[in-house]
Write a protein that binds this ligand. Sequence first.
Ligand SMILES: C=C(O[C@@H]1C=C(C(=O)O)C=C[C@H]1O)C(=O)O
Length: 358
Amino acid sequence: MSTDDLLAPHREAIDHIDQTILGLLNERAAHARAIGELKGSGVVYRPEREAQVLRRIQSLNQGLLSNEAVARLFREIMSECLAVERPLTITYLGPEGTFTQQAAMKHFGHAAHTQPCATIDEAFRLVEARQADYVVAPIENSTEGAVGRTLDLLVASPLKACGEVVLRIHHHLLRKVEHQDGITKVYAHAQALSQCHEWLNKNLPANVARIAVASNARAAQLAAEDENAVAIASQAAAERFNLCKLASNIEDEPNNTTRFLVLGHQTTTPSGLDKTSLIVSAPNKVGTVHELLQSLSKNGVSMTKLESRPSKAGLWEYVFFIDVEGHADDGPVHRALTDLQEEAAFLKIIGAYPKAVL
Ligand SMILES: C=C(O[C@@H]1C=C(C(=O)O)C=C[C@H]1O)C(=O)O
């Protein structure tokens, strides 16, 4: 029997299965549309429900496909079902091809419309003015630490966090032509330059100028316009600007990861596996930080992040960005927040949201 003859019954089975899947997908979409009608003019996107759907699928999965693969597939199925209710617009720091756009797609799937903005401020503003539904903003990188501008915006913005995205960051060296001769400058976002500085020291001549620009996608765009330049940017930016990859994964730290927050106007109910993000400031005297942290520990709440930043209000005063395990409506976190309220000069709950599944 020829290979084609051997393939035929499997292909027939796949055709049959695809037809069944297609019918089921449309049945699922019809339920989503019915749910959308019941929601009326209310909020359609429910992050806690989406996290529960993904976690359930992963716990049911016993097949050949990995948990990550089934979560990715169902992420896209939910994205299309939600778009049947109402398509979402997500703002991010552009241009197209930035890691933040990648994070937005990872979280909302490809049916969401992503809208690039010139600054993180603008991305927040459009959502605050209800001209877009959600903003995805980088908050911290595992090698570089906090993204200051996002933290500053969180202090004053009325938006609430309703989700988080964790993205592995890979940087590549990109150029219009496929050779290393005659490189005079390297364009990149300041964070990318520092995340790859050891690689650059070892692999590029010392006289190549390192030029920081607004985003990695902007760097790729500049490299596409200048044959003597290279850019440090993502795979998405390479594809978008048609650049050759001179070197892959040039980040110094192999586990380089960025964490993003998803912010909108809604508060989220507990999903069963949540986090809460807070901003706290305390009077500038001995022992106050210790007391603030005790409010958490004595209620059995664990802290996953503590970041301090100078407050704009007074010299050498600080605000603290704290993430804790659990939802603000869960007993222990709720009690800790009540205690914190008494100790802190300022307490703002940025939001409680499901832990990233993907
Ligand atoms: C269908 C719903 O609306 C949206 C789509 C979901 C889905 O496709 O499973 C889940 C949550 C919502 O973001 C729902 O609220 O259940």
